[in-house]
Design a protein around this ligand. Structure first.
Ligand SMILES: [Zn+2]
Length: 496
């Protein structure tokens, strides 16, 4: 718990926030801001005070995040930490009076092992250590390491143009991601270059870390080899060391020694944690609130995705405490294995396939613990008009408008073919990639007030979706189901 949290009575916190913060900005989409003249009923106003006020005043989400990050720690799929997180989530829901259970998921069990890299000495340098982290899914090097010349490139097209010139070399992807919006493109390179380079005979792959700030901290992430594809060692190098490699390569050949002790163990038994507050009128109609319980094995996954986990857990806790449950069921799903397999998202969609026509909305929080900016949608005609009257309690949070960004999320993407409407609470992710997937993703990077504000927005949107007399119109199902397990190189920032 942070000493900077101010504990106020819920109703006072709500009125202070509502009166002291500027009105929501006009929407970029050109749609008029939320109509402030629409009045909520007394019962709805009371629910808003309890949900928004409770999230802002009680500091519960941040305390939970401290338990998950400082208590449980990192929780990569297949690890003891991941199973400790499952047990923690079940205990926490029980303490909150929210019914919860486990659903089985088989997960990949990749283990990092040791990792070292160095630029070897030459006539132009006395050599340098490289700060790096193996990519999830990377193959190991031989125990004694591998030594090879480095070939720099920036795209899959450049790789294809080089062709067999990369044979026997370490391919170095020196992309130019500098802002959050460029993450999706760079993540596509991280996912696919190792497999494509291996086909051409490359013996290793290095990629500049996908980050928007660096104190020589490498950022890991997933790479992907299809079954039967050749696997090579692959690692993310700190931004500073990537710049060093670039400078040295400008002067001639550079040799790197890479030692990675990764191993791929048999798939492990794990679980999604599912919890719900049953609806009072239509319990078979379900609003899903999702976040992912797994994290990378470095840092403690505070922003990714401890923040999302605590937001959706807190939404369920606050909704369960209301004097009257909303009409529909609010179901929290803490997905396992978002980071390196998406097995939890796929398992949920398969296990609940028969219920999906009555999933009235899905909302996933996986873009860090920043402040809320507005509401995104992926739904049928009339969805904005239906939701607009419900946005008023978000005005004090600065989130009472629709944003252009389409709602979605990796774990709920397998629900798209069933036409489940998606709703998103868009958060400020501008600094998310400073720490994402790195040793620096720790509790101290999460601002308690920002976390509380977004938690309030999530709790209220969950209530609105579950309480609204009519559900959102369903979007048309795409002709070809998307649900990629890895972002395509052209994908926009997904923040996963
Ligand atoms: Zn994530």
């Amino acid at each position: 718990m942070s000493a900077s949290l101010i504990v106020l009575p819920a109703s006072l916190a709500l009125s202070l926030l509502t009166s002291a913060t500027p009105a929501a900005k006009p929407e970029a989409s050109g749609v008029k801001p939320a109509a402030t003249s629409v009045k909520l009923t007394a019962a709805q106003q009371s629910a808003a005070e309890r949900l928004v006020g409770g999230a802002l005043a009680e500091g519960h989400a941040y305390a939970r995040l401290a338990e998950l990050t400082d208590g449980v720690g990192p929780r990569l799929s297949g690890s003891e930490g991941a199973e400790a997180a499952v047990a923690w989530a079940l205990r926490s829901f029980q303490a909150d009076g929210v019914k919860a259970w486990k659903e089985p998921v088989k997960v990949p069990h990749w283990v990092r092992g040791e990792g070292h890299g160095e630029v070897l000495a030459s006539e132009r340098t006395r050599g340098h250590p490289l700060e790096l982290l193996a990519l999830g899914g990377s193959a190991p090097t031989p125990p004694e390491g591998l030594v090879a010349e480095v070939v720099e490139l920036r795209s899959l097209e450049e790789l294809a143009a080089l062709g067999e010139k990369v044979k026997g070399k370490i391919v170095f992807v020196n992309h130019d991601m500098s802002v959050a919006e460029e993450y999706g493109h760079a993540a596509g390179l991280r996912a696919r270059v190792p497999a494509e380079a291996a086909k051409l005979g490359a013996v290793g792959m290095l990629i500049r870390s996908l980050s928007t700030a660096s104190l020589r901290t490498p950022h890991t992430g997933a790479t992907h080899f299809e079954a039967g594809e050749a696997r090579i060692p692959a690692a993310a190098v700190s931004v500073e060391d990537s710049m060093l490699l670039h400078r040295l390569l400008a002067g001639g050949a550079v040799k790197v020694k890479l030692t990675l002790g990764c191993s791929e163990l048999p798939d492990a038994d794990s679980s999604n944690v599912v919890a719900e507050v049953r609806g009072r009128e239509k319990p078979d109609e379900v609003v899903v609130l999702g976040a992912h319980l797994d994290s990378w094995d470095v840092g403690t996954g505070a922003h990714d995705d401890g923040a999302g986990v605590t937001m959706v857990m807190e939404a369920a806790r606050l909704i369960a405490k209301l004097p009257q449950a909303p009409r529909r069921t609010v179901r929290v799903v803490l997905f396992m294995n978002e980071e390196n397999g998406l097995r939890g998202g796929k398992a949920y969609a398969e296990a609940h396939a028969k219920e999906l026509p009555k999933h009235v909305a899905a909302l996933e929080m996986d873009s860090g613990g920043g402040r809320p900016l507005g509401i995104g949608l992926r739904a049928g005609d009339g969805a904005k008009a239906m939701l607009r009257p419900w946005l008023a309690p978000l005005e004090g949070l600065g989130a009472a408008s629709f944003v252009d960004a389409e709602a979605g999320g990796a774990d709920i993407s397998p629900l798209i073919p069933a036409g489940v409407p998606m709703v998103g609470v868009k958060v400020d992710s501008s600094r998310y990639f400073d720490v994402h997937h790195s040793m620096a993703d720790t509790l101290d990077k999460v601002n308690p007030q920002d976390l509380a504000r977004t938690t309030a927005a999530v709790a209220w949107m969950a209530y609105a979706l579950a309480e609204s007399p009519t559900p959102l119109a369903r979007p048309e199902a795409p002709a070809t189901p998307p649900a990629p397990s890895v972002p395509a190189p052209s994908a926009k920032a997904s923040g996963t």
